[in-house]
Design a protein around this ligand. Sequence first.
Ligand code: HEM
Length: 480
Amino acid sequence: MSTPPTDDTHADSPLVPPPGCPAHALGADGRRRLYGPEADADPMALYEQLRKEHGSVAPVLLHGDVPAWLVLGHRENEEVARTPSRFSRDSRRWLELQQGRVPLDSPLLPIVAWQPMCSFVDGAEHQRLRAAVTQSMERFDGRGIRRYVNRFANQLVDTFCSDGHADLVTQFAGHLPMLVMTQVLGMSDDYGPRLVEAAQDMMKGSETAIASNDYLVKTLRELVARKRAEPGNDFASWLIGNSAALTDDEALEHLRLVLIAGYSTTANLIVNTLRMVLTDRRFRASLAGLQMTIPDALEQSLWDAPPFTTVYGRWATGDTELGGQHIRGGDMLVLCLAGGNVDPAVRPDLSVPMYGNRSHLAFSRGPHECPGQDLGRAIADTGIDALLTRLPDLTLAVDEDELSWTPTLLSRNLAALPVTFTPRKPAHAESLAQPAPVPAQAATRAEMPPAAPSIPPPPQHAPRLRTPWWRAPARWLRGR
Ligand code: HEM
């Protein structure tokens, strides 16, 4: 079993290159490492280096110097994701794991260790589990969801709008998807800072990830028990009651999957899109001229900064060829969604906008393609619209170069997005002076939930006349 290098090793041995030396990025066999300071500092540069050296499929080393293949080509990513007969989702096939070469403390294990859920199985079992998820999702009313995304977004803006400054990561994007997801799942009473922290912590693969996972599992186990005893009008109840007859463990794992997959990615999409809008001249010009809409901006962001940069993984079902490389049965493949999205074969000129083109890899492809993409888009689009409508003169409070990123195994997250704006009164105060119209369709209790505990109480109705989302950028730019 190989041991990952530590900083102590570097300090003790004169043979080990000093920090910052490019030799850190290479393993003993000359393969590049997909982890470590160099990879964390600029993963996109690493992907391009690997593409230059190896083409569309590159040999790499994962944590603990475990070998794997990084799929960089757009076409090759599609091929892998769409061909489960050659590239399985079942991590029990992983030769390195079977032969004990993956360190027991590897941060990969929480992500790749097999669990009884749809993202680890193929074929008929995958269809059974995935159908339980998708059928439960189809029961949501899309309009109802947008209504309470708008409501939660406005509540969040209320908490900082009179300050004239905010961090959109910790005060907006880090909360909005969790507020919505806990509502959708039927666990709004569980929403709170501890749940947000636990979900973030698990994605970071930090030392406290196990404790965070335990907290999440305990919360979800209680939810399953509650909903079995007293079903409601929510995703958890529909999932449990689905004809797939999930066991308690299967229900719990799928609730965890939906909560984590849906929360972190959507938070990332909101932040990445806001960053682009606040920093990129092209975006501002296109939004100002109404050549671009908020959904267009989201899609461009899904091309340039997909919330999951990589998906670990797929496992070869037998010896095969891909991108000119010989892949052995049991080898692991990492889908590099961020690399595939900038493959020169599909995007020879990265400055050309991709408006209206949804063929990016951000939601992957094939039988495992993200089933929550419409919900993710709806939360991001409605939330950003609400924010820009309330605070039309948002400006980045620091130089773009000062923004920093926190790398995780699967993504790259902005640490903070500080902004300034003209201070304004909270909307619930304004709504007293200017009553909002009653929603066209009476909302059910599931659609219009009670306020989350840590957020000020919302107005009785929507705080403002809802204008079309495509007007928001124009108003925002006029306000500058
Ligand atoms: C912008 C937001 C989102 C992005 C970028 C995203 C991206 C992805 C990606 C890349 C995968 C992996 C597919 C593969 O293995 O090839 C995935 C799977 C999945 N996502 Fe999402 N996701 C988002 C939001 C959501 C939401 C809101 C939900 C739930 C409400 C959700 C639920 C799932 C589930 C259940 C899977 C596993 C599907 C399967 O294995 O069959 N995702 N997502």
